[in-house]
Structure formats: C-alpha cells, structure tokens
Ligand binder design. Structure first.
Ligand code: ADP
Length: 466
C-alpha cells in the first residue's frame, strides 16, 4: 500500500515538476555562489600579493640607496610592528647565510636554494608561493625577492585570516543552500500545483463524463494558455460527442416513429391481399405499391444516413473547382417542366460566371432540395427566383418564392429531421430535405438562412465565405 503510494507519487507530474524546480533552482544558486566565492578568493589573494610585492619593492629601492647596512634595520623595524606568529621576515645572502630573521620557530625551515633556482630558471626577481609549513596548520603566502646583488628577502604572511574569512562565506553558503533547497521545493510545489490543478479539473470532468454526466464541461479559468486550450479543445470534443449522441438518439426516435408507419402500410397491403381472394391485376397492383413504399423507405434511410454522415464529418468533403452559375442553371432546367406544369414562373438572376471551390455533389443536392421545396410549396401563377452573387468576400445564393410561406411557430423547426409544417401535409415529402440541406451546407463551411411570411412567400439563402 505504502509502496504503491510512493510509486504513484514518484510518477506524478506534481512531484516531478517540484523536484525539477528545486534542483534547477539549487544548481543555479550553487553555480552563482561558487563564481562569487572564487572571485572573492582571487581578489583577496591579489590584494595580499600586491602588499607583499610592494614591501619587497620598497626594500629593493632602499638597498640601492643605503646598501645592506641601511636595509637591515629598516626590515627589523617593519618586522617589529608585526606579530612573528602571523608574519615572518628573513634576509639572507645567496649562499643561504641569514643576515636578519624574525622568530622562525613558529614556521619551520624554508628551502631557499630551490626557490632561487626556480627564479633563475624563470628569469624573475620575485617569486610568490603559497606554502604549507611543517610547524603550523595554516598555509602562508610568501614572497621571495632578490633585493640586492647578494641579498634575498623572504616575507611570509599567514593565510589563517583569509581562510577564516572564506570559511564564514562557506558557512553562509551552506545555510543559504539549505534554505534555498527548502524554499525552492515549496515554491516549486506551489507553482506545479497551480499548473496541475487545472489539469486535475480536466481529469475530474473526464471521470464524471465516463460515469454518464455528458453535460459536464471543464471550467476554463484562463490561468495558463496551454491548459486553457486543452480545456477548450476538450469542451469542443464533448460538444461534438454530445451532438452525435443527440443525433443518434434522434435517429432512434425517428426509426421508432417515422419508419414504423411506412412499414405498417406495407404490412397492411400484404395483409389485405391475403384476406381477400384477388385477381392477378390486384396482386400486381399490390406488388407495385409495395415496391413504391420500399423505395420511399430506402430513400428515407439513405437520406438519414447521408445527414448523419455529414453531421459526424465522416466520408469528408471532396472539393473541386466548378462553375456555380452552370450548376444553378442546370438545376433550374431540371425543375422547369414541373414548374411549367404548375404554371410557376421560374426565373434566374445570375452573373455571367461564378467559379467556386467546393463539394460539387453536395452543392447539387443542397440546391435541388431547396428548389424542389420552393416549387412544391408555391401555388399556380406564383414565381420562384434563383439568384447568386459574390460580394465582400461572401458568396450568397438565394431562392425566393411567392408560395405558402412558413409560420413563425414552424420556422425554428423546419431544419429538424422529419419536421413538416401542418399545412404541407397534403404535399408529398417526408420532412428530411431541409435537414439534409443544413447538414450538407455546414459540412462545406456554409450557413443556411430563411425568412418567410405566411401566404406571402419564403426566401432561403446559402452563405459561404468566398
Ligand atoms: P418536406 O418538403 O419533405 O416536407 P423539408 O425538410 O424539405 O421536408 O421541409 C420541411 C418543411 O418546411 C416542409 O414540410 C414545409 O412545411 C416547410 N417548407 C420548406 N420549404 C418551404 C418553402 N419554400 N415554402 C414553404 N414551406 C416550406
């Protein structure tokens, strides 16, 4: 149980982000401090070296002016002002005979000959070194300078003070780094929690949905753009799923209500034929009726499938470049005989040419469905006008008729599957035409608009971005 929790924690984003923040923060702070520490160390040593060289430089100048006899007491004076445990002064000749020295019992011996050898090899008159003396724990910074023709002056200064000073820094750094690790872990945890809290909300919503709460949506608080986008995309996906579920439910209802009656009719025809003795002609008629009913059933089922596919976005859109004016004229010619038979004046108001890139087959079905309705619901001596224009980046196709019109009560429902206005029931049709028009138009990125006034006529408009 505990191990499982530990494993979960190790794999959680919150935990990993927190550790990442803490490590990054601490490493950066440590690098910053190390640079700072070595800079301070370098400056301190530079200052020390400068002081030591400045002293030997002074004695070199004095040696030139006053000779050994003048330098020796000057060195003794200088040495007297210092603590022999902290600083030493040692004047000798090249052979190593000591001409003056402070108490070296605090320090131990110095290998002067090898230092002189090194200076000779390097061709320098001053040699600065950090030396660890046998007699003491601390190190010392020493300068060995040739201050005269046969005189070597060695000055040493204990680094104890410098070490103490740098030790304080190290202690400070240790305290600082521990506090930084703590602070960065807390800050990291807070930041990571803020980032993941929204993700948790998405997860919780997904969990609730998986239990059946399909109407739940992620609250978009816009704290982080990425998570906001994730939430918005998730909500869009949910909307889509819900609309598909609704349309599936609608189809189920449709099958229950609207497909049942034609099937009942077919059954009725067959039953009637069985009950009574009939002539061959009567049986033939029954067969014809059955075929007609079946055809209309197949047509309905196919249209329903087409609508569902277009709404679900399956089968895609096949775009091609084509002449829209030609397509509209062809559709008008197709319906002209019916219009003429009904004494309806079918007219067009079209430009010379309108080339569009869209799904030609879908456009054909949209246009024929609207045109068919316009002629169907317009009484004799009426008029139907088809017009199209591209303006302000918008392509608009309009179908205006002087027909029965649609009441304000019916208008919001006419695009629903199987919806038929009461006044149209005398006309043939199943109420799927406008549902198909809407689904197809939206699948090719267009919108359908309708204006209508009862007994005056209707105007259907298709609008596309051009
Ligand atoms: P159908 O025409 O098969 O009944 P539709 O889906 O094409 O089904 O149309 C739905 C309803 O909208 C029709 O029953 C009709 O009442 C109304 N309608 C559609 N177009 C027109 C129109 N141009 N004029 C008047 N009513 C219309």
């Amino acid at each position: 149980m505990f191990l499982r929790k530990l494993h979960d924690l190790k794999n959680s984003l919150l935990f990993r982000l927190t550790i990442l923040y803490a490590v990054a923060f601490t490493v950066l702070a440590a690098i910053g401090f190390l640079i700072f520490y070595y800079r301070i160390y370098a400056v301190t040593m530079e200052r020390l070296d400068f002081e030591l060289l400045e002293k030997t430089g002074r004695f070199t100048a004095l040696m030139k002016d006053a000779g050994l006899e003048g330098v020796r007491p000057a060195i003794a004076d200088e040495a007297a002002s210092e603590d022999p445990q902290e600083d030493f002064y040692r004047l000798s000749n090249f052979k190593g005979d000591v001409l003056f020295s402070t108490d070296m019992s605090f320090w131990g011996s110095i290998d002067q000959q090898s230092q002189l050898q090194k200076m000779q090899n390097d061709g320098v008159t001053d040699l600065i070194q950090t030396i660890k003396f046998a007699e003491r724990d601390d190190k010392a910074r020493t300068v060995t300078s040739i201050i005269g023709p046969d005189s070597v002056l060695q000055i040493g200064e204990s680094l104890e003070e410098v070490d103490e000073y740098l030790d304080i820094f190290l202690q400070l750094f240790s305290i600082l780094i521990v506090s930084l690790i703590l602070a960065s872990t807390i800050i990291g945890w807070l930041l990571a929690r803020r980032a993941t809290i929204d993700m948790q909300e998405v997860t919780e919503t997904a969990e609730e949905i998986s239990k059946g709460a399909y109407d739940r949506r992620v609250q978009i608080k816009a704290r982080y753009r990425e998570i906001e986008r994730l939430g918005a995309t998730f909500n869009r996906m949910l909307d889509r799923i819900q609309s598909l579920l609704n349309s599936m439910k609608e189809i189920n209802d449709n099958i229950a209500h609207d497909l049942r009656s034609p099937l009942a009719r077919i059954r009725g025809i067959a039953e009637m034929s069985l009950l009574k003795e009939k002539s061959v002609d009567a049986y033939k008629e029954m067969a014809v009726n059955t075929i007609e009913e079946c055809d209309s059933l197949i047509g309905m089922i196919n249209t329903m499938l087409d609508i569902t596919e277009a709404e679900a976005g399956v089968n895609g859109v096949e775009t091609e470049k084509f002449e829209l004016v030609e397509l509209l004229r062809e559709a008008c010619e197709l319906f002209r005989p019916i219009a003429e038979a009904k004494k309806i004046h079918l007219q067009t108001d079209l430009p010379e040419s309108l080339t569009v890139t869209s799904d030609r087959k879908k456009m054909q079905r949209i246009v024929t469905n609207i045109l068919e309705n316009a002629i169907k619901y317009t009484p004799a001596d009426g008029a139907v006008t088809v017009s199209a224009a591209a303006q302000n980046g918008e392509l608009r196709i309009e179908f205006a008729d002087t027909g029965t019109g649609i009441s304000a009560n019916d208008l919001p429902h006419i695009f629903e599957r199987f919806y038929r206005c009461d006044r149209s029931r005398s006309q043939g049709g199943v109420g799927l035409g406008l549902s198909l028009v809407k689904a197809y138009t939206e699948s090719i990125n267009g919108t359908v608009h309708v204006e209508s006034a009862l007994d005056q006529g209707s105007r259907f408009a298709l609008v596309f971005e051009s």
